[in-house]
Ligand binder design. Sequence first.
Ligand SMILES: Nc1ncnc2c1ncn2[C@@H]1O[C@H](COP(=O)(O)OP(=O)(O)O)[C@@H](O)[C@H]1O
Ligand SMILES: [Mg+2]
Length: 397
Amino acid sequence: MQPSLALQDDQEHLPTLLATDAQELSYQLQQHQAKVFPPQSQKTMRMFAPAEAAAFIGIGEGYLRQIAAEGHGPDPLANGRRLYTAEDMDKIRKVLDERNGTPKYVPSRRGSEKLQVISVMNFKGGSGKTTTAAHLAQYLALRGYRVLAVDLDPQASLSALFGHQPELDVGDGETLYGAIRYEAPRPISEIVRSTYTPNLHLIPGNLELMEFEHETPRAMAAGKAETMFFARIGETLTEIESFYDVVVIDCPPQLGFLTMSALCAATSMLITVHPQMLDVMSMSQFLTMTSELMSVVEKAGGRTSYDWMRYLITRFEPNDGPQSQMTGFMKAIFGNRMLTNAMVKSTAVADAGVTKQTLYEVERAQFTRGTYDRALDSLNLVNGEIEAHIRMTWGRK
Ligand SMILES: Nc1ncnc2c1ncn2[C@@H]1O[C@H](COP(=O)(O)OP(=O)(O)O)[C@@H](O)[C@H]1O
Ligand SMILES: [Mg+2]
């Protein structure tokens, strides 16, 4: 008798087989990516025109011109125009605060304002988690907050977007796994990296994050985890708490131990959803499973209270009837738990993503002006709304 395929497979433990296949696929895809889009050795943040710089600093353009003319900004170019770097914006914030004698333009938290940890989640891949997390983290950094972005997805697209190639630039123990593993965890401060965006630090991801999914059941069975899996991310973050105002966590597209731990570390939750029937149905399952798992974690003593949670509509096409219907449907159910602003679908976001850049990095001249501006407006509205939630949590206006 010919041995059947099924019999051959039987000799392997199916979950292990699938995990190996997944790992191999993921690895090969990344190798392919690296070949097609070779890593840029030096990424940079672009310069900002006066209107944009003024908006990031939080003052009028006229006032910015005045301060720059007083010698606190960049020198004018040959054509008389001034372009601002992110560093220039930080410098001007400090000048303004010194002048006023009160901290206002440097927005760092003070007094009893507590660290905000925002987990971006949904187990549907392609729902816009990474795009949302990357742009939110960068926006907040450009606004002057001290931000830590954590890539918790073994696929590590956030890290790649921020110029850290998961297979080339990230070694053993250099992801968050290094700080939350059960054997010889490292201090998280050794793992944090700076980026080319001032105020923005990164904990990159790569495939080793998956070890946490494998090791957690073993550690629990052996009773050797002093800190339960769901408390490990929150606990390691407390070591570096004072250095940051906001932590943004890009979660993997599954509800595993990593995601559960990110959920428990979070002070707020952002659930991204593309407004199409299949996506919304899958989100419904995600919500059910999350709620069940959270009850279990709660009973085991995990923290599951939040300052806020919001649904964010992503890749929204306003002229698409079914999408508008689906959005209306969700608004009716979720009410004010949905962000007022949606992230519109734009070729500018997609194209920038292909070259591993964000909208804040690409040059506007690369795109049709209207296309770029519409995308950026939508993005700034979404990010501004989230920023308002952060400030409200701190009791600020
Ligand atoms: N607003 C948008 N407009 C156009 N393309 C987008 C937009 N948001 C995300 N994308 C693209 O959709 C794909 C999936 O988005 P991503 O953020 O990686 O989702 P996830 O992290 O949930 O898997 C990416 O190729 C990304 O460039
Ligand atoms: Mg992602």
